[in-house]
Design a protein around this ligand. Structure first.
Ligand code: PGA
Length: 256
């Protein structure tokens, strides 16, 4: 079964909530028509979720968060639980982004705990995996990605939708992008791992594999045309309405 293409805007820590809300309003008015064919997910900062949702909830665009806690509740000062994200209207949450793995020491185990918490509280995980430049140079990209994937999906039943993002760290802007030919074998590896862990019907029904790393309007089609790639995670190019719109338009063409 061909899965609906998903394009995810990861705004990272770039804008204050009122600017995020203004951008969301523009995205909603300009992209609603395209969002019937392409699932468009906006991931603002935590403090922007509520304001952004005021515009998104009346539309067919979808709200996502950039991170969540690895525990469900309790004395974890400053943390935000999956239940809180669900309550504020977030359908998705990015988990295990390399910004967090590398800059904040997020471990494979924490990524797995977050995935399990998200699924319990009805937030759908967007799990990021990908090797660094050094790991790739040392010929370890397959080992790293398989390790991250296997750990992230430990004790996951596969009964709920999950997005797996292959995002090689070296390809994230201002590096990258990767070449589609480089990406295809890694997408295949991820798909093969998924069908090792879960029954094929569940993989086909509930899992989407997407690419992330310097995606823009000029290269997105090359990634979406790859076998088993169902979308993209977009950082820098999602900060501009015009650039993001071009990506969505290309993605829509790809669905035709
Ligand atoms: P980029 O970021 O599109 O700016 O490379 C992607 C990401 O880090 O998720």
């Amino acid at each position: 079964m061909k899965q609906k293409t998903i394009i995810i805007a990861n705004w990272k820590m770039n804008f204050e909530p009122n600017i995020e809300a203004g951008l969301a309003e523009k995205f909603v008015s300009g992209l609603t028509r395209l969002a019937n064919d392409v699932e468009i997910v906006l991931c603002p900062s935590h403090v922007g979720l509520h304001q952004v949702n005021q515009f998104i909830k009346k539309s067919n665009l979808v709200l996502g968060a950039q991170n969540m806690s690895w525990v469900r509740q309790g004395a974890f000062t400053g943390e935000i639980s999956a239940e809180m994200l669900d309550d504020v209207g977030a359908k998705y949450c990015i988990i295990g982004h390399s910004d967090r793995r590398i800059k904040l020491g997020e471990t494979d185990k924490m990524v797995n705990q977050k995935v399990l918490c998200a699924l319990v509280d009805d937030v759908l995980p967007i799990i990021c995996v990908g090797e660094t430049y050094n790991e790739r140079s040392e010929g370890k990209k397959e080992i790293v990605v398989q390790r991250q994937l296997e750990a992230a999906l430990k004790n996951v039943s596969g009964q709920k939708p999950i997005v797996i993002t292959y995002e090689p760290v070296w390809a994230i802007s201002p590096g990258g992008p990767a070449m589609p030919d480089d990406i295809q074998p890694m997408i295949e590896l991820i798909y093969q791992s998924l069908i090792d862990y879960f029954p094929l019907e569940l993989v086909e029904e509930n899992f989407r594999i997407i690419y992330g790393g310097s995606v823009d309007g000029s290269n997105v089609s090359g990634f979406l045309e790859l076998d088993k790639v169902s979308g993209a995670l977009v950082g820098a190019a999602s900060l501009s309405y015009d650039k993001f719109k071009t990506i969505i338009e290309q993605a829509k063409k790809n669905t035709c």
